[in-house]
Write a protein that binds this ligand. Sequence first.
Ligand code: ADP
Ligand code: ASP
Ligand code: MG
Length: 454
Amino acid sequence: MKVLKFGGTSLADRQRFEEAANLVHEAARDGRVVVVASAVAGTTNRLSALIETSNRIDVDWKDEVCVVERQHLEVLATLPLQCRNPAARSIQTIIEVLRNDLRALAADPANRKEIADRVLAVGERLSVQLLAATLQSKGRAARVIDAADAVVTDSFFGEARVDFEATRRRCRRLFAGRDTATSIVTGFIGADRHGRTTTLGRGGSDFTAAVLGAVLDVERVEIWTDVDGVLTAPPQLVPSVSSIPWLSYEEAAELSFFGAKVLHPQTVGPLAERGIPIHVRNTLEPARRGTEITAHSGARNRVVATSAFEEVTAFRLRDVFLGSVDEVLMLCRASSDGTTLVAVPSSRAGSLIEQFEIEDHFAASIVTLVGHDIALQPWVAGRALESLARRGIAVRSFAAGASPHTVALLVERDDLENALCTVHDALMLDRETLAVSRRNLKTEKKEIRHVSAA
Ligand code: ADP
Ligand code: ASP
Ligand code: MG
């Protein structure tokens, strides 16, 4: 069995749904497939904006809801009636529930967070209808599964944590037997023990694919997106990126933690534990190889990628307060005055600045270099710092060795793009070199097997 996850960018319009359905249809010829779908591109942002403005009397949400409804119904327009009608009816029911929830939010109820999660979940609940109907129009049976029936979470609305054991029990029942219909599951959502819909955090559909992959112990998980796999840097910041053919779980986990948006940060862990390969592929160019993530790195002692945690706030904090700060991204304790430089995600900085009455803080970003054991290679930090110095970019803090696979540099936010391009171009290896090291790695493994057999 395989899990195929399609991101919102791969489900942007009718044409993309056709392409995604073709890929599923093709994969289902070779064996059982479970599909995880995100919301249509832009829908979750729209729903989030509706939640934000729901209790403002000057903002009318009705038109916006009509736009969402029309956009989804349009995807069905060219499908045969027997596929289109049931999906259209389900869409109308989901939109009706959305309207009721928005009315409830406008009244500012006590259970606001719970309702907000139901509103956010609408995007995935709509898109699975479209994908199932498109697949059915190709002659393949498809059934929609609402992840609220499959993924069991705690009640932390907005960023719920998954209970893997309870989810495994549910999924065994749901996916048991030799069902010939392809299951299309909503990404991003789950439900707590009381059956209340929860969400797993933005970008969480990748994590849904990982959760299902792990509890169903599938042979692989494919993440279908809009780029050629994991790239050597965020493409919107660095023009000279290339695709990485192979990554280890550890490298992929470091990259996604430090801002490579292509994978939700929690995706790698559950699959790495079971040795399930992750294949990141491009829906627009399905013939390209993409990135294969397994236990083995494509290149040892080399920088394979760079990434950026963009929105960071840094400040000095008295050491006695350190214990009460969670979500620290970087710490630097090298002063005589009992203070430590702390870098946290900017989204969490406001309350800390207020709580500790911090006057001096600055907008920063963390640029990371990732590669197997690179923190142990003296040349990596040396070349990175030198390349930045040549461009006159100040490194405000530096960390290597917390993970042997990551070197992190704190720079001022205004320097981010320049710093990332500089270290990327100074340290990245080209694809050919990576392929050569991969071949060496294979030879190395053969030799090891040979020795142990003797
Ligand atoms: P999806 O809708 O498929 O989940 P996302 O927008 O969440 O897609 O993630 C894919 C995007 O991640 C890419 O379009 C790219 O802009 C961004 N990205 C950031 N860093 C990387 C990276 N290192 N490799 C690939 N993509 C990256
Ligand atoms: N639709 C959700 C989001 O936009 C989840 C996802 O796309 O992975 O965050
Ligand atoms: Mg995503």
